[in-house]
Structures are given as structure tokens and as C-alpha cells.
Ligand binder design. Structure first.
Ligand code: AMP
Length: 416
């Protein structure tokens, strides 16, 4: 199975990376894309004729775009609205995990105050309270103070904190341990893992400041071996696919598993239903096998060729606009992009990028660019990525200086 033309849906750094790697072997069009991504068109996906559609972000998946394209007879990589609930509702996801026998934190789901507070009293610190619905990554409280947990429960259920997203909430057993993310490509029955990646969520060096969509990533991740990845696929992801199938859901797309490696073994924290951004920018370019073929086979319900990866490492640095993550300023002219992109082993993926009337590229979102570099080691990739990032600027540009610092084992945290 080989698609001649692929349509990528989305406009961020993740979609640029997918389009870039797909273009190694196939014709690619991206909608809506952005002025920094070659092949961008404004035509809606339903009006584009392609052999395969790859849907990047969660919003169109939750909205049923994959269902509409499939109903029109198209081959689509991405779950339908039914499968996308894994990301859209924590209560639904937890119920499914229990049904699947997948290890996860003990939990209760509540819509009423009294039973929720009574359940909280049966738990021990740390206390964990989550909104059921999407809350832009902010709906989770982890605290040692039972009073703070009680307060959150009141704020969530009243609708004050997160509107309807919090009127149903999940109270969870608190767990401890390092976190691990695994991206799996699923064909409805079988899942194959992509190379592991680590991302950096906080805006500031040393993991300080507010959460963001991701300020950088690296792949591979030291200490994550093939056996652990195989266990996550066989004991977590594939049972999840079976439980989905039992509910009549044929899940073809990415399952992005977020786990905690607790003292008593791995436990599932959450699923996302799409490639992580910026993890995608360091994982997918490391493929030595064909991405178009892999996604087409998964979409057709039968992965025949396992993905393979180079031994090279990749690191990506997010360049963000002033004011991100609260209120990013847009319209600043981006300078140095071409100089950065022309360095050997460097690719600059464009995310929040627009064009001014003169046709120059300007900032148009919070996370603007993903400057990615390849090297024989994480340290080499990291040094190249920082060398390239150093060439790019606009007023108020933000970036972290410690991305992949520990993974690279380097002595100088300044990062160029
Ligand atoms: P989630 O959106 O469910 O992944 O939660 C966001 C973050 O909150 C996770 O990445 C963890 O750092 C933390 N977290 C979530 N659930 C738990 C838990 N049960 N115990 C401890 N920390 C948690």
C-alpha cells in the first residue's frame, strides 16, 4: 500500500514535521498550514483529493472530521469522534482503562459535592483532582493539602473554575515517580511504538513558571529501553485498543500514552489522541522506514511494516512569542530563519507563523518556531539546535536554555 498524495490537516510545528517527512516519498498538501510551510493551501480537506488524510490536532478529531472523510470513502489516519473521547473526557477514559485491566490510579467520578468530599476523605496525600473535560492543560490539581483539594472540588463543581469542563470531576489516588510518554501508531487492533521522546512543559529554565504546550523535546530518552516500551504496548496500549473495539470503536491513529513509572510499576496517567507537539518534531524525522506507508497501512487496518529509526538523536527548541503562554504578542517580523535553516542537520518547523503585507514572515501565535537538529548524540544535536536558535530573533522572543540538558549530560547549562 502506498499513497501517491497525502493531505495533512493542521497548521503547527507538528504538522510541518509530518509534511516534511512525508514529502521524502510522496506528494504532500497541507491545509490550512501557514506561510512558513511549503505546500500550504486554504482549501478545506473535504475538497482536496488525496490518497491519505493525516489529521494533526485534537480539535478536528473530536469534531468528527475523520468520520466525515471516511463516510466519503477516504483513507484517514486519525480516530473518529468516538475514539477521540479518550482525550475529551477523563471519566470516560478512566472507565475504559478499568474495563481493559490497564494499571492506573484508583479513582472516583463525581458531579455532586457531598459524595466527592466524602471520597476525598478516604484518600491520602498527595490529593489529585481533575476536570473531566478539556481545560487547556490546567484542570489538574496535585496537592498535599486536603483543604486545597476540597477548595478545588468546590470551584470545579460550581462551574466557577472551568465552566462545564469541571462540573464532572475525577478524584485520583496520588502517585509518584518519573513520567514517560510513548507514541503508538494503531491500526485498530495492533499498536507499534515510535521512538521515545521527552518534552519540557514549563516556560522557564529548571522547569519553572507556567505550563505551556511544550518548550522543547529530545529523542531518544536515556534510560528508556526497548523492553519497557514493549511492555507499555502489550500491557497498556493494546488492551486499550481491545476495550475500544469491545465498544465498537475501531481506533486508527496515534495513541499517545502518558505514564508514571511508580515504585510498583508503570501506571497510565492519560491518553492523547494525536502526535505530541513538539515530540513529533524529534521522533518522526528519526524514521528510517517510510512514514507515508506506515500511516497508510494503519489507516487501512493492517500495519505490515514496523517502523525503524536511526541511531541519531534529535533535539528541538521552541521559540515563543513575547507574552506566551498567557497573551502572546503577534505581528513581529522574524529574522534569521533562513540562516538557521541553512545550517547542516538543522530543520526549522514553522508553527505560529504568518506573513505581513510585504510577504515577510511574522509571529502569529504563541509557539512560533521549532528549531530542530540532528546529531550522533543528544549532546551534538542539542549544541546544533542551540547554534541555529541563536541566529533567529524578534522583539521579546522567548526560549529555554536547558532543553535536553540532563539527557545530553553536558556541563554547561547555558546552551549557547
Ligand atoms: P494529566 O493531564 O492527567 O496528565 O495530568 C497532568 C499532570 O499532573 C501529570 O503529567 C502529572 O504530573 C500530574 N498527575 C496527574 N495525575 C496524577 C496522579 N494520579 N498522581 C500524581 N500526579 C499526577
Amino acid at each position: 500500500m502506498f499513497p501517491m498524495k497525502v493531505c495533512v490537516v493542521g497548521s503547527g510545528g507538528r504538522e510541518h514535521a509530518l509534511a516534511h517527512v512525508l514529502a521524502r516519498t510522496t506528494e504532500v498538501v497541507i491545509t490550512p498550514g501557514n506561510p512558513g510551510i511549503p505546500g500550504s493551501v486554504e482549501t478545506p480537506p473535504e475538497q482536496i483529493d488525496a490518497d491519505l488524510y493525516v489529521i494533526g490536532p485534537e480539535a478536528p478529531l473530536v469534531d468528527g472530521l475523520a468520520d466525515r472523510l471516511r463516510a466519503a470513502g477516504k483513507l484517514v489516519f486519525g480516530p473518529g469522534a468516538d475514539g477521540a473521547q479518550l482525550e475529551g473526557s477523563k471519566a470516560w477514559m478512566k472507565e475504559l482503562l478499568v474495563e481493559a485491566g490497564v494499571p492506573t490510579a484508583a479513582h472516583g467520578t463525581f458531579t455532586e459535592l457531598e459524595p466527592a468530599l466524602a471520597f476525598l476523605d478516604t484518600m491520602t496525600a498527595p490529593y489529585v483532582v481533575k476536570t473531566d473535560g478539556l481545560a487547556a492543560g490546567k484542570g489538574v490539581v496535585v496537592t498535599d493539602s486536603i483543604d486545597e483539594a476540597r477548595e478545588s472540588i468546590r470551584d470545579y463543581l460550581s462551574g466557577e473554575a472551568f465552566g462545564d469542563a469541571g462540573r464532572t470531576l475525577v478524584i485520583e489516588e496520588g502517585m509518584t515517580g518519573p513520567e514517560l510518554s510513548i507514541l503508538a501508531i494503531c491500526d485498530g487492533t495492533r499498536a507499534v511504538a515510535l521512538a521515545p521522546a521527552q518534552d519540557f512543559k514549563r516556560i522557564g529554565d529548571g522547569d519553572t513558571g507556567p505550563n505551556t504546550g511544550g518548550m522543547g523535546a529530545c529523542s531518544p530518552v536515556p534510560g528508556v529501553d526497548d523492553d519497557l516500551v514493549a511492555t507499555i504496548i502489550s500491557d497498556f496500549v493494546e488492551p486499550t485498543l481491545a476495550a475500544l473495539r469491545a465498544r465498537g470503536i475501531d481506533y486508527r491513529g496515534v495513541l499517545y500514552a502518558g505514564l508514571m513509572l511508580t515504585p510498583t510499576g508503570p501506571r497510565m496517567l492519560e491518553y492523547n489522541v494525536r502526535f505530541g507537539d513538539p515530540e513529533c518534531q524529534v521522533v518522526v524525522p528519526r524514521l528510517t522506514s517510510d512514514l507515508a506507508q506506515l500511516l497508510a497501512e494503519a489507516s487501512a487496518g493492517h500495519i505490515e511494516h514496523e517502523p525503524t529509526f536511526t541511531n541519531d538523536a534529535m533535539v528541538t527548541i521552541t521559540l515563543a512569542a513575547e507574552g506566551y503562554p498567557t497573551s502572546p504578542r503577534t505581528g513581529d517580523a522574524i529574522s534569521g530563519l533562513d540562516a538557521a535553516a541553512s545550517l547542516p542537520n538543522v530543520t526549522v518547523f514553522c508553527a505560529g507563523v504568518g506573513a505581513n503585507q510585504a510577504g515577510e514572515l511574522v509571529t502569529a501565535g504563541g509557539r512560533v518556531l521549532s528549531v530542530s537538529a540532528r546529531g550522533a548524540t543528544v549532546a551534538e544535536a542539542r549544541a546544533r539546535a542551540y547554534e541555529a536558535a541563536e541566529l533567529v530573533s524578534w522583539p521579546g522572543m522567548q526560549r529555554r536554555r536547558d532543553i535536553a540538558f540532563a539527557a545530553a549530560g553536558v556541563a554547561d547549562q547555558a546552551g549557547g
